[in-house]
Design a binder for this molecule. Sequence first.
Ligand code: UDX
Length: 438
Amino acid sequence: MAMIALKCPDSRVTVVDMNAARIAAWNSNSLPIYEPGLDDVVKQARGRNLFFSTEVAAEIKKADIIFVAVNTPTKSYGVGQGRAADLRYIESVARTIAEHAQGDKIIVEKSTIPVKTAEAIKTILANNSNGLKCAVLSNPEFLAEGTAIKDLENPDRVLIGGERTPEGEKAVATLAGVYGRWVPRDRIITTNLWSSELSKLVANAFLAQRISSINSISALCEATGADVDEVAFAIGKDSRIGPKFLKASVGFGGSCFQKDILNLTYLCESFGLPEVAAYWTSVVGINDWQKRRFAARIVKELFNTVADKKIAVLGFAFKKDTNDTRESAAINVCRDLLAEHANVCVYDPKVPADEIRRDVLNGAADNPRLTVAKDAYSACAGAHAIAIITEWDEFKTLDYARIYAGMPKPAFLFDGRNIVDLAALRKIGFKASGIGRA
Ligand code: UDX
């Protein structure tokens, strides 16, 4: 919304939320999320044509276009538990709109949702007594965290799904006009509603599948002495495969991939397609295995015991340049090491200590074996092993000779992202290994 406000200075954009603390943070000098470049965009537009407010009902009344961007977590109860999307926030927003909106409105689904959710929204909206007439559009977002501003300024494509009726087409054209202020027209794709809804799930499933594919091969590389980065480079040169999203890792994280695949598999099963569901479920299966495999390898190489040994975990966010920790591989690795009675010391440049503790402990009693360091050097001081989990740039340029000097020998380093020069580390004396590298 900040980007739309920036690019369309003659449109008034108001972001509303019931959570007053969040809105206050958006109105303050310290935004509630860390995203490179976002501060600048918000500062340029805020107070001009970008506003943050808790006046949900009043702003619904005023708006011509309403974007619904509430969360759709995985259901934690009842039918579809652990896989289906929990749509209660979507429904609650639809009901709020039906209660307060009047006249002609365009409702845009921005949240990632199961196919045919727009139909449910339409039914709720149709049951109103205000003379409200709505067109419902699907406009999934493809930005990735850490590069959000770049992705929004220069998207590969903008996808808009709408009903193939005159009203639907008109609404699609209106929204296309908003993006058309800065996105070339040939990158604005229009489809029917359900194709658009499904495309978002499928895009994330394909991306995650590439990572699980290369991660599965990383295990084979470790067993045979091939180097997974060399294999990825070689296959990526085939223009049909392409070089992106082939970086072997300790496992993908983030709020989207696992959730969307689970959603997709639930959808397939609901439509009587268990074979398709099983195929996509295996993408998540390999990812879980990769995280466990990494922690198990640390234990094995440290002579099958990490009890009372200090392990430094560098990086906790699910990728660099974000403070988001949702589904981060670091959570699983820390838990597995704590279960082996290791003393785990975590350092992340952006994630606060209380967030790290909350994520790892997940409501369990405090575990004194888990500590959080203020910098990489104190995390590594006296550690038997270092595990790099997030590819933060600062981990590439640490003074590893100095770190090595302060560690008991043999000193181990496990690079879960393949970002450091293993040969150089071995010269220093480290027993260093990476994912998919001997
Ligand atoms: C993803 C999609 O990329 C985006 O289009 C969608 O809108 C939301 O979900 P995001 O989760 O922010 O975005 O990050 P992404 O860059 O896709 O990375 C996801 C995870 O995969 C991270 O943990 C990342 O480190 C990992 N990853 C990515 C790899 O392990 N290897 C790769 O080659 C690429």
